[in-house]
Design a protein around this ligand. Structure first.
Ligand code: GLY
Length: 464
């Protein structure tokens, strides 16, 4: 049962969640469990979310159309709006909602440049003294070639702007790096960042802020490459797990003190207070921790495992952030049991995902394990023997076809979340369930959290 964030007085809340992925399904699930919440509306949501919340289409230009999102918030007289994806944030939907009087969890368009422009993020990191990779901002091919040669392989080329998960190429092939750079430069106002490659294990840490105070969530690790063994192209993320037993003690405090708080303070000082979640993507390198990227929203699929473990009631906590009261929210509480999520992707993902495939085996494995208990047998959460884990399905790219069947409608289709007394049990529960779901041509990684389970990940001592 979620624990309220200490009676901040947000009773009978109506919450609107904007977005339609598994991240939003996880957010809606956690918000709906908050005893202070009376109603959850998702716009536009998805068929899985529709089982636990009211899903509303957004008119006009969809989720990036501020007036259309405000219209949904007004129609339902919501007390809080939580914006899931980056695109509406960069387009200023949070500004429109605040101007219309809605408490909103998500940064302004100006603050969202931390994700919307890699060059802007690098400037803020420099201003805040945040450790990150060396980089060059390039607007011509000659600058790109010089930068690639200066850093050497592996080459890291990042589109300056949002690119729907396709903006970053990391490769040993100079021609492939140049080809990606050419594509970035060909866009209107084409600009890109060439960076030094960062070795070492990566960590995602979500830092919630009300513009002043910073509260970190639990760290997670994400698997960005398509295939087992970190082979294949980058994706939006094929799986994640939390907690990270191998992480150095003090890592979270260190990230807050050296990265998140200085960034939030700098944004405040520059007149762009950041309200929402600062997603700090880190590499723990042999030279100390370095920021790989900032994002301005919850990560997907890391959110699925982080929120699975959160005991504190989420809606009240996010409301405190949205209304400048995070200092009153009290410490967060976590379940110690690990959670693992495995993403089921559509055939052709990420290059050319095929929509329309029929999903079977999903219906009976919805949010069956709200209490987190392992249940044996059909009809409950996946699991089995006493002491084993349990699992459930979060929807991402799914839709109900005209024939009433559940079909794939996007690249990442489902996120299966398993939890258990240890990583082995959590992994077993997630994989046992995903194996019982069928999507013709669908694919998933089989090694999510495997190296962590085997104790094979070591992090250099954080410092420097
Ligand atoms: N998991 C990576 C992202 O959300 O950007």
């Amino acid at each position: 049962m979620p624990i309220p964030a200490h009676s901040l007085g947000f009773v009978g809340m109506k919450v609107l969640v904007v977005g339609s992925g598994a991240r939003e399904h996880a957010l809606v699930r956690a918000i709906a469990l908050d005893p202070m919440v009376d109603a959850v509306i998702a716009a536009p949501g998805n068929p899985g979310i529709a089982q636990i919340a009211l899903c509303e289409p957004i008119g006009g230009g969809g989720i990036t159309d501020g007036a259309a999102v405000v219209e949904v918030a007004r129609r339902h007289t919501v007390d809080l709006v939580v914006i899931g994806p980056e695109a509406p944030l960069v387009e200023g939907v949070a500004d429109d909602l605040r101007a219309a009087g809605f408490a909103t969890f998500g940064p302004s368009a100006r603050a969202a440049q931390l994700e919307g422009s890699k060059a802007f993020a690098k400037r803020i990191m420099a201003e805040a003294g945040v450790p990150t990779s060396f980089s060059h901002v390039c607007t011509t091919r000659a600058e790109v070639e010089d930068a690639l040669d200066a850093f050497g392989a592996p080459y890291v080329v990042k589109d300056d702007g949002l690119a729907a998960g396709k903006g970053v190429v990391v490769t040993d092939d100079r021609d492939a790096a140049l080809a990606h750079a050419d594509a970035c430069l060909a866009r209107p106002d084409g600009r890109l960042v060439v960076e030094e490659y960062l070795d070492g294990p990566e960590v995602s840490l979500f830092c919630i802020s009300d513009g002043t105070t910073v509260v970190p969530l639990a760290p997670a690790q994400d698997f960005k490459r398509l295939s087992d063994g970190d082979a294949g192209p980058n994706t939006g993320g094929m799986g994640a797990y939390s907690p990270l037993d191998w992480a150095p003690p003090g890592l979270v405090d260190d990230v807050v003190q050296r990265i998140a708080q200085p960034t939030i303070d700098t944004m405040h000082r520059l007149g762009m207070p950041f309200v929402g979640v600062l997603y700090v993507g880190l590499a723990l390198t042999s030279r100390g921790m370095r920021v790989v990227e900032f994002n301005v929203r919850f990560g997907d699929p890391e959110t699925q495992v982080v929120l699975d473990r959160l005991v504190t009631a989420l809606a009240e906590f996010l409301q405190a952030a949205a209304t400048g009261q995070l200092d009153l929210a009290g410490p967060l509480r976590w379940r110690p049991e690990p959670a693992v999520t495995v993403v089921l992707a559509a055939p052709g993902y990420p290059q050319a995902p095929e929509s329309g495939g029929v999903l079977s085996g999903v219906e009976e494995h919805g949010l069956a394990d709200e209490a987190g208990d392992a249940e044996a047998g059909d009809g409950g959460a996946a699991g089995g023997a006493e002491g084993a884990g349990s699992a459930y399905v979060l929807h991402a790219g799914t839709a109900i076809g005209d024939d009433g069947l559940l079909r794939a409608s996007g690249g990442r289709v489902l996120s299966i979340v398993g939890s258990g007394p240890d990583l082995a049990a959590a992994r077993a529960a997630a994989y046992d369930l995903i194996e019982r779901i069928d999507l013709p041509g669908g694919h998933y990684r089989t090694d999510i959290a495997e190296r962590a389970q085997r104790g094979e990940i070591t992090a250099p001592v954080v410092g420097a």
